[in-house]
Design a protein around this ligand. Sequence first.
Ligand SMILES: *Cc1c(COP(=O)(O)O)cnc(C)c1O
Length: 402
Amino acid sequence: MNRDFIISSVKWGVNPKGYYGDFGGAYIPEMLYPNVEQLRQQYLDIIYEQGFQEEFHMLLKDYVGRPSPLFHAERLSAKYGTTIYLKREDLNHTGAHKINNTVGQILLAERLGKKRIIAETGAGQHGVATATVCALKGLECIIYMGEVDIERQAPNVARMKMMGAKVVPAVSGSKTLKDATNEAMRDWINNPIDTHYIIGSVVGPHPYPDMVARFQSVISEETKKQLLEKTGSENPDIVMACVGGGSNAMGMFYHFLDDQDVRLIAVEAAGLGVYSGESAATTILGKEGVLHGSRSILMQNDDGQVIEPYSISAGLDYPGIGPQHAHLFKQNRAEYVSITDDEAMQAGRLCSELEGIIPAIETAHALAYLEKMIFTGKESVVICLSGRGDKDLDTYMNYFNL
Ligand SMILES: *Cc1c(COP(=O)(O)O)cnc(C)c1O
């Protein structure tokens, strides 16, 4: 990681006011201002301090299991007629990229003197990653989760409890992620001194999107080194990732942002079809507005009410994207495309059968876009394999009648 990135990528990085072009900022209730302001003033000094960097990289290596391999997927490559590499975030401890961010934020929370950690979770993946690092550091952990999600995601709830976290049901509204987020915000307002709120994607008020992107940027940092070793060039032609809030994609894009020759492709979830009314294709359906503390692009009706998103993959079932993605979209630096439930499920099965790697259904959306591309055969493509599919086996089994 490189602190100078804030200067080197004036064009794509956050500016000192917390904006990416028209997007970003910190739209928060006044009661949260002291917490967010403390973070804003201190986060760069803390995370680029030498002791922090040493501990962060030690934990990524010895606890998370990094560097994650960059795998040349030969049978997928043969099928699509080009060279395809998979960046194996599925091999991280806890099975996805989310742990990169929670390790970073727990070290930050320690240095801010916080004793209590809160987080919200939908599918439970971020809750598990947060409970994991809280156990590692012996910090109190409270996870807010919609009552409906608690029922749907029982194995992840069990994991969190096993590691000593308290899982608090959110019982208002639709009893899902956005209600859990409201509960977590309320908790933070009531406990401003001793509590750190770990947000799980590149969303939320500044400095969260920038902070999370920096922690996840280890993905592209490693990829460059690995490609150089394998191919003699540190840049591929195309980099692809799925986008819910956008953290695995931001980590995968980060060190390629200034390499204009590298095509960046972000894959959103189209659910039952972009215009079916059951979708999470934010950039196609969304408009500019404020969601969860920052200005971005989100799905909303004419009155500005957030539209409930839908995707078969819980991790992509989010009505917005992070502000940096909104900027990359508006400035055409990255391409935003979408994939339906059915297309993703087929791609998940194909990857399982061709490579012996069962991807998370989120990740399968990125893989599915290969079907829609036309290759000359000379391209090299890196896909962020954001997570493993163990959590999705029931969904795969039901879908394919296995
Ligand atoms: C949570 C999750 C996602 C979506 O979150 P981003 O912040 O967009 O990366 C994607 N893949 C997996 C495996 C996840 O757990």
